[in-house]
Design a protein around this ligand. Structure first.
Ligand code: AMP
Length: 434
């Protein structure tokens, strides 16, 4: 029997890689002061139906539970964090820095980088409107990617406020704005422009947006000048643009050396974004490995105080797939014991268990030989499994309360009393202790 479509078993090599990425994310939580939280995999449907966007709404695993409530497997975690801040954490004075590592579920068509169950690692900085907060999210993303070894990553940054302000100036309803931004995110520009026209955006407005969506590149000052020219009638949009420049400048000061592509037509599938948005990826793939932005209204929407917030969700599963396929040499080997405990002759099973217990209590990972292999094939197995030592016990060792330690690399063997911990430690030097 296989797994449900798009849901993957993770084998030891994959779990080892996943742990490494999670370890890096947790290191960066600590480095920047993000406290980790966990929220449930199953949430009420309304939590995501409200503002997570059409793309996500259409692809939720939703069902009715035994109590008759409509629930979903979470498609993302930011909405859960906003719920948490609006409820259990409402008495905590801002700013809050929250982190999570969680599995998410989307009924996507399974393909490269799109699984139905995948893991995200997120950073959410809650309570600050300051561009410093947005810049910090770029910094933590930079730090995570570099520590994972994806040094050639780049950012694509934009500001959703600019398009929203132009659309609002033509009184385009917020729901329709969401739809237009979703179409732009899906690169369905013709449909997006048609919808703008149908909703009262005149030819000049459409033209400005068309020009804006073409403004993309790394020359920040040139794009700023061109965009300010286009946007002069929209004062708020000009402010957003300056805000975006400040965020980039601050991130640079904070050490973000990556290529940053400014893309004023950038839109993201999630509807809760209100300002700065970004994606992060590497040159040889077409989809994003990380995505985030500012969501200043979501916490209030869930009954909390008006609270600005900014965050990102790093796609752990997608990064894993990228490394496994494109950089397999960077995949860590699963950690296995370096010591095989083998018995020979008429040693009792009890003695084998005792020796294993004592060695483990000293911090050594021990694999006990359980297939009654003869010594030569046990050695062959140990060598094939990348082990360094064998601990061998036989009837004589048992009678004298001793063990033999064989160094498979140096081809040396010593016999030591089981009680002589110091010399056992010496003989097993080089083995990492747990
Ligand atoms: P989003 O929540 O859509 O902003 O996604 C954030 C990150 O999660 C993306 O950049 C991807 O790396 C990852 N992601 C989103 N959907 C999937 C999926 N179906 N399978 C694997 N990773 C995904």
């Amino acid at each position: 029997m296989d797994t449900p479509r798009g849901m993957d078993d993770l084998l030891p090599r994959e779990v080892a890689l996943k742990r490494r990425i999670e370890d890096v994310i947790r290191e960066v939580f600590k480095l920047y002061g993000y406290l980790e939280v966990e929220t449930p995999t199953v949430e009420y449907y309304e939590l995501f139906a409200l503002k997570s966007g059409e793309e996500i709404r259409e692809r939720m695993f939703d069902f009715i539970d035994k109590g008759g409530r409509r629930v979903v497997l979470r498609p993302e975690v930011t909405a859960s964090i906003a719920r948490l801040v609006a409820s259990k954490l409402k008495a905590v004075a801002p700013p809050l820095r929250l982190g999570y590592i969680a599995d998410c579920y989307r009924y996507d068509e399974p393909q490269w980088g799109r699984r139905r169950r995948f893991w995200q690692g997120g950073f959410e900085l809650i309570g600050s409107k300051d561009p410093l907060a947005d810049a910090e999210i770029l910094e933590v993303s930079y730090e995570v990617f570099n520590r994972i070894g994806l040094r050639d990553h780049y950012f694509k940054v934009g500001h959703i406020g600019i398009l929203r302000e132009i659309l609002s100036s033509y009184h385009v309803d917020e729901r329709v704005q969401d739809r237009i931004l979703t179409l732009l995110d899906r690169k369905m520009t013709v449909e997006a422009f048609d919808l703008m026209k149908e909703n009262g955006v005149d030819e000049d407005g459409v033209q400005v947006i068309r020009e804006l969506t073409k403004l993309e590149g790394t020359d920040l000052r040139r794009i700023l000048a061109d965009a300010l020219n286009l946007l002069s009638p929209w004062k708020e949009a000009c402010k957003d643009l300056e805000d975006l420049c400040e965020i980039i400048d601050l991130a640079r000061e904070g050490g973000v050396e990556s290529r940053i592509v400014v893309s004023l037509g950038l839109a993201r599938g999630l509807e809760y974004y209100t300002g700065f948005i970004f994606e992060q990826s590497v040159p040889d793939i077409k989809i994003a490995l990380n995505g985030g932005g500012r969501y200043d209204n979501l916490i209030e929407l869930f009954g909390g105080k008006p609270t600005p917030a900014v965050g990102c969700a790093i796609g752990i599963t997608r990064i894993m797939q990228y490394i496994l396929e494109k950089k397999p040499e960077e995949t860590p080997a699963p950690s296995r014991p370096k010591i095989l405990l083998a018995s020979v002759g008429d040693v009792s099973k009890k003695y084998v268990m005792r020796v294993a217990r004592i060695l483990r209590s000293m911090g050594f990972g021990i694999e006990v030989e359980v297939l009654s292999r003869k010594l030569p094939s046990a050695i062959e197995y140990a060598l094939k499994s990348g082990m360094r030592f064998m601990v061998i016990v036989g009837g004589r060792e048992e009678a004298e309360e001793k063990i033999s330690i064989r160094d498979l690399e140096l081809r040396r063997q010593v016999e030591l009393p089981l009680s002589d911990r110091e010399r056992i430690m010496e003989a097993l030097a080089g083995v990492e202790r747990i």
